[in-house]
Design a protein around this ligand. Sequence first.
Ligand SMILES: [Zn+2]
Length: 144
Amino acid sequence: MDVRPEFPLPDTSWEPTAEFWAGAARQELRIPRCDSCQRLCWYPRERCRHCDGEQFTWETMSGTGTLFSWVVVTHPFLPQFAALVPFVPALVALDEDPAVRIPTRMVECGAAELAFEMPVRVAFRPLTFEGVTGQVTAPLFVPV
Ligand SMILES: [Zn+2]
């Protein structure tokens, strides 16, 4: 299996998600809306999962949402994550459409503070990994 040398940094050049990462670099949370059915389409892909439409218009979200799910990782299963533990991968439901759940990481809060449906907001932070060259700005989330 080929592994990109920058793994686990995201591939910011893959066309369906390139605008998501470009927006994050500008401190904007960008989500595609389908031109045919007008629904937000998450996860970004070539065709709308609701209506099979092929045209999208990217919109900037408010960046607010609620915590839908999370887990506290205390054991790094990959060496690149060793410096991060403990960390909190999470799904955040956006206020614009709670069916849109962004895979992200909760930061700047203790695990004991986390609660289902607590209000959160986006915080753009550099992703870096031990032993990996480069960084990518990512939409992480903090408590409101
Ligand atoms: Zn659609």
